[in-house]
Design a protein around this ligand. Structure first.
Ligand SMILES: [Zn+2]
Ligand SMILES: [Zn+2]
Length: 140
């Protein structure tokens, strides 16, 4: 039994790492059942929770609503596509100094901060450009 749990946990961790871009629990489940169709949704959800409690993945509260899981456990920022909702890791150093000003100005004991940059991902830009082109062609 112990061994079976360990194997399931490893499979689920692998799926989060493979998906990279902050999958929801449902997306992880969809990935896992491609190769292991017998795993239940409950098992996937339970193991995601255990993995994040163990610090092997991060549960992120980026968007409210659905739970997202992050394979990257160090402090980092995110970039979100406002068109398709995709979230990627920002290629930028974490700035612990940001918290200093706030602590002294407001008396809060700050323990973390998140930054989400908003933009349009390359795939959506491409789609938008080709839609614009289509419209132009229709108007000509
Ligand atoms: Zn997009
Ligand atoms: Zn991330």
């Amino acid at each position: 039994m112990y061994q079976r749990n360990t194997i399931q946990r490893a499979i689920i961790l692998q799926a989060v790492k493979k998906l990279k871009n902050h999958p929801t629990a449902d997306e992880v489940y969809a990935e896992v059942i491609k190769e292991y169709p017998t795993i239940s949704r409950t098992t996937v959800y339970r193991n995601l929770q255990k993995l994040s409690e163990a610090g092997e993945i991060r549960h992120c509260e980026l968007l409210g609503g659905a739970d997202h899981y992050d394979h990257l456990c160090t402090d980092h920022y995110h970039v979100r596509c406002v068109k398709c909702g995709k979230i990627v890791d920002a290629d930028m150093a974490y700035l612990p100094d940001l918290e200093k000003g706030l602590r002294s100005d407001h008396g809060f004991a700050i323990f973390k901060h998140d930054i989400i940059f908003q933009g349009i991902c390359p795939a959506c830009q491409k789609r938008e450009n080709s839609e614009k082109k289509d419209n132009r062609e229709e108007n000509e």
